[in-house]
Design a protein around this ligand. Sequence first.
Ligand code: IMP
Length: 429
Amino acid sequence: MTNVAIVGTQWGDEGKGKVVDLLSEKADLVVRFQGGNNAGHTLVVGDQTFALHTVPSGILWPGKMSVVASGVVVDPEDLIKEIMSLTARGVVITPDNLKISEKAHMILPYHRLLDAARESAQDGQKIGTTGRGIGPAYEDKASRVGLRLGDLRSEETLLSRIRLALKEKNCLFQHLYGVPTLKAEDLVKRVMVWREKLWPFLANTALIVQKAQKAGQKILFEGAQGVQLDIDHGSYPYVTSSNPTTGAVAVGAGLAPRDLENVLGLVKAYSSRVGEGPFPTELTDDLGQRIREIGHEFGATTGRPRRCGWLDAVSVRQAVDLCGVDRLAITKLDVLAGLGELKIATHYELNGHWLDYVPADCQDLAKCRPVYKTFPGFPANVGSARSLEDLPKEARRYIELIEELIGRPAALISVGPEREQTIILHEYF
Ligand code: IMP
């Protein structure tokens, strides 16, 4: 019996898509447990590139069950498009290999409108969201005015619940944001079209996960975003509205916390962040620009350029402790080849004191200056390395230093986007 959760230890975009894909090959179940279509997991399979948003990465492997569990917020319209575009490219998606939780909350058009209206309001509250309505959907879930996919069961219930939700939303649209209001009846018509397409996929996914766990099947929990964006532990308010930490595996997928066996923490060899918020190791100079270009650091969901910087061991250490990470997947090592001298932040300096932890207050974090360890870079291309011995000695030293500073061994090192561009040091399944 074995399962493993994959979590991003930074601000998302650590290259989870490729790593989940690698592990999916041997898994029986691949489960998304939080977030929504704000995620963009890029996978390169042969000569094809896929960017998945809500559908778990396991879908690309025949014979696997992919599960969208109840902790995920689902934009039905977007999910239907994603399923159709994958199907058009030859990916087999049926109610037998994709199960979506009937308890998952829906992202409705008014959530996207509200997200956009807030982000464009000039009141200093801009978060730099993906604009997918994620925050407003989770808000409605917590306020108990949300609609779950299971509510597609009854047109009557839908109408009364959408009317209830729109009472407040339309007031905001009309009086606060000056945007057109929505009509419940129109929305219900739109929603009923989704019902036809999605109903066959709906299931009580917690039961599926628990049954698989009891049967000793191999389960992969696919985290989205990264721990630094966690609504409780990230740089609030510049965070997403879910918990990308492993605690959310239990709640979001319906697995007892003590049943989670392994946690693989994704660490990109440098850092990137998209959206607003403090980023102590950010490089705003030409080097940051070079890393962005070499690493193709543009959002898979929104296409926005990502802010880039050195690896921040202080925040990754925090993520490792919060998530119980036992091993690391170090990704995009190849991007640093040929850049010259490399740096990793080992501490922060705040008001003359050295910190080895991330301060809770976002304004304090914004004042932190990174304390760096500097060492020689590694030459040329590392993309053909398939073992540690194939790497230049400086690159090996870089890996060792990450392991030392973070206190966990590497399970794999990714040296390029292709599946085979991977140094495997530990097998989970
Ligand atoms: P939201 O999740 O769309 O509400 O956006 C909140 C913050 O999280 C913004 O800074 C986004 O750029 C960031 N964010 C959300 N999803 C991802 C992701 O998958 N990768 C990287 N950043 C993300």
